[in-house]
Design a protein around this ligand. Structure first.
Ligand code: 4AD
Ligand code: MG
Length: 478
């Protein structure tokens, strides 16, 4: 057999009348003659045309949906209208059989819920293959964006002894015997006997370590898995998700917003350029889905429209205080349509409020800044008013919060005071405070939830469908 060509390359190549080999999985086989073959390089299948009269009967029976095959032949202009080119097969080999009676994926539409139960096979569907190719482009784009600007990719630890970030409940990491752990005299577990000689957890964020890196390398970013053990069964939360956390010395909040807005636009633009076919497919998928909804619940823009819209418009920037004013005076607040009414300054915003601002009021991505100190983390820089901190959250249509970040408190005394107020043990955090003791400087950073970005770009409705193997309460099967 000739050397293998990926199907995407064949479909993009204007030439015909050349010999090659393709390998992939059978999507459908009809009339004993036409095989739709997919190899994951594109959502489009290559049509293989076989001459069943010359083919061995036993071999013919083994061409079933899901089987892996290799085929050699000539690429010719297609007789049919459905495709431009097809392959006239001269030799065919079964690489792996698939029992069509037992293969869970039939050539029909399956529900996303069902596909989650067979997450080990769902890559073989058009939807998940497209989502994962887009995810790949976005991951690469993240690196491209930062690398072009001279950032250093920093690997922060997954196992950590610090839980001071306070971003969420942590998963503990321990090798102690669960039934019979070593005990202290007072009956508590003796972690001195554990692997690290102290309690350890899976990290909720690499930020604090990234700050240490930024205080020498100037511009760093992390891109790795983070873990949160909250029992939040929503379409926006995972227990294991990937986060991108840049941290930049000498940046203030405005630089931070520019960096984040630039990153989001660059990534979306890359997907529009590199995944045109996949996004066209996902766009149509969403249109079909929207048709099932009542007219007043349908989105005003298609997926492609909203991606182009975000790339070509400035994000709205306003303070929390201004946002509260808008929300207080909003129709759903006055008509008591919000589940949580906005009555006074200082309340945390619920996702219904964030979505109102983005989807109804501004109809644009929004960056909210300068939140009340009491609803934000200890490390955010205190404003002159003593009430608000230099925080920023970026809110996206259909998603809500996609980015959370801030300018950091670089002044040792104020930072220590904040830690006392929030009961954060300063002694254990000496390593973090040392950056403020030795050559502290203004700096800022943020965290972008990678799956929330993939969710937005693919137009999928549930975050569990944009990561290959989702981790959420009561689910870690595959
Ligand atoms: O707002 P968060 O909690 O911020 C931090 O962790 C900071 N240390 C970031 C920083 O300043 N370096 O999380 C950041 C982002 C959120 O905006 C959201 O997009 C995503 O991470 N995120 C989640 N994504 C999926 N599942 C979850 N459970 C998430 N929790 C947060
Ligand atoms: Mg946040």
């Amino acid at each position: 057999m000739a050397k293998r060509t990926k199907i995407n390359a064949i479909l993009l190549n204007p030439e015909t009348q050349y010999e090659t080999t393709v390998k992939g999985w059978v999507r459908t086989f009809r009339s004993n003659r036409f095989i739709a073959l997919n190899d994951g390089s594109t959502n489009n299948n290559l049509q293989l045309v076989i001459d069943f009269t010359t083919m061995d009967e036993a071999l013919l029976k083994r061409i079933t949906t899901g089987a892996a095959i290799a085929a050699s032949g000539t690429i010719v202009a297609s007789q049919g209208k459905e495709q431009r080119v097809e392959m006239n097969v001269s030799a065919l080999e079964i690489l792996g059989d698939s029992d069509p009676e037992k293969y869970p994926l039939q050539p029909k539409k399956h529900s996303l819920e069902f596909l989650r139960e067979i997450a080990h096979l769902r890559f073989r569907t058009n939807t998940f293959a497209a989502v994962n190719r887009v995810r790949n482009t976005l991951a690469y784009a993240i690196h491209e964006y930062f690398q072009q600007q001279g950032f250093v990719y920093l690997h922060t630890p997954v196992i950590t002894a610090s839980d001071a970030e306070g971003a969420g409940q942590m998963f503990s990491v321990s090798v102690l015997d669960k039934l019979n752990p070593p005990k202290n005299e007072d009956g508590t577990i003796n972690y001195a006997m554990d692997f690290f000689g102290r309690p350890t957890n899976l990290t909720v964020s690499g930020q604090l370590e990234a700050e240490l890196g930024a205080m020498a390398l100037s511009e760093v970013y992390t891109f790795g898995p983070t873990f949160r053990a909250e029992n939040s069964n929503t379409t926006r939360h995972l227990a294991e998700f990937w986060m991108i956390e840049p941290e930049v010395a000498f940046n203030d909040l405005h630089d931070n917003m520019d960096l984040a807005e630039g990153l989001l636009k660059f990534c979306i633009q890359q997907a529009l350029t590199k995944n045109a076919d996949d996004l066209a497919f996902l766009n149509n998928r969403l249109l079909d889905e929207e048709k099932q909804k009542p007219t007043n619940e349908r989105s005003e823009m298609s997926l492609l429209d909203s991606l182009n819209f975000v790339v070509s418009n400035d994000f709205v920037r306003l303070t929390y205080t201004e946002a509260i004013q808008i929300l207080k005076e909003s129709t759903p607040n006055k008509k008591k349509k919000f589940a949580y009414l906005v009555e006074e300054w200082g309340v945390d915003l619920q996702s219904e409020h964030e979505r109102y601002l983005v989807e109804k009021h501004f109809k644009k991505p929004v960056i909210l800044t300068d939140y009340p100190k009491d609803i934000k983390a200890f490390y955010m820089r205190m404003n002159e008013d003593g009430k608000t901190v230099r925080a920023m959250d970026i809110l996206f249509p259909g998603i809500g919060e996609i980015v959370g970040g801030s300018q950091r408190e670089e002044r040792l005394e104020i930072l220590e005071q904040r830690m006392d107020e929030m009961h954060i043990p300063k002694e254990e955090m000496y390593w973090y405070l040392d950056t403020r003791r030795f050559g502290t400087c203004p700096h800022a950073g943020f965290g972008l939830g990678f799956e929330r970005l993939v969710l937005f770009v693919t137009g999928m409705g549930n975050i569990r469908d944009v990561i290959p193997f989702p981790r959420y309460p009561k689910n870690a099967e595959f």
